[in-house]
Design a protein around this ligand. Sequence first.
Ligand SMILES: N[C@@H](CCC(=O)N[C@@H](CS)C(=O)NCC(=O)O)C(=O)O
Length: 280
Amino acid sequence: MAKDNTITFFDLALSTGATISPFVWATKYALKHKGFDLDVVPGGFTKIPERTGGVTERLPAIIDDGKWVLDSWGIVEYLDETYPDRPTLIPHPSVAAMTRALDAWFWGVATGPWMRCNCVSYRDLANADDHEYITYSREKMLGQTLEAMQEGYEDRLPQISAALEPLRIALRESKYLGGDTPNYADYRLLGSILFTASVCQNSPVLAEDDPLRPWIDSLLDMFGGLGRHPGLFPLFGLKQREGDPPLFMPPGLGGIHKRNTGIESTRAETQRITEGMAKA
Ligand SMILES: N[C@@H](CCC(=O)N[C@@H](CS)C(=O)NCC(=O)O)C(=O)O
């Protein structure tokens, strides 16, 4: 059991002091959701094995009263199992399944693409002793130079914003993915958004009035403003240029968007889609 309510947390941060990794951000929120104080072990990318006594090359990692727990999912499972009387992160197995699907979708449409829009900044904002490792390893991972990968980001950012419509649709009906209060699904996606905020120094990534903003802002404000680190860059303020797709859409009208509350609620649509049709 956590001594003095404190858990040792191995951070992964940039020279700005801001946490960078989506996994590490999500875990920071998960620990706070459970009500713990963090004893943060600071550091960047190189020397993770040295910092962790040879236990891991990847972060997040925590030590709870002498017990090492690795991996963002491993930590969340451990916290819910070990502290069932504290607020639950994954209140039902379906939340884990759906969060994995949502996270994989978000990774494909946003986390990865935003990373490629900011990969030079990612390297340049890292601690100086991380630069060589980040350049080499990320170029190997992504198959191009960081400069080539980042080039043209201005044209890609609007497309990424436009692709987030499924999330906007969900959050139009619900304050959080967890319902009235956040759960791990919220923190998991927020982790990717905060990762982006730690590196998006060349441009914000979402419109000033993006419908996702109240959800994001409210999560950034939680736990004493955990997501308001001064080293983070503004997320909101992307402008739609000529030729760009709309950065977000108005509420839709089709069956997936609109509740059927009886014949009046669908009359206009039926009229529109049957106009000109021969009467039986
Ligand atoms: N499956 C692991 C993945 C963790 C991971 O890949 N962490 C990256 C940061 S995003 C890391 O520690 N990288 C260190 C490195 O690149 O050397 C988890 O969910 O915790």
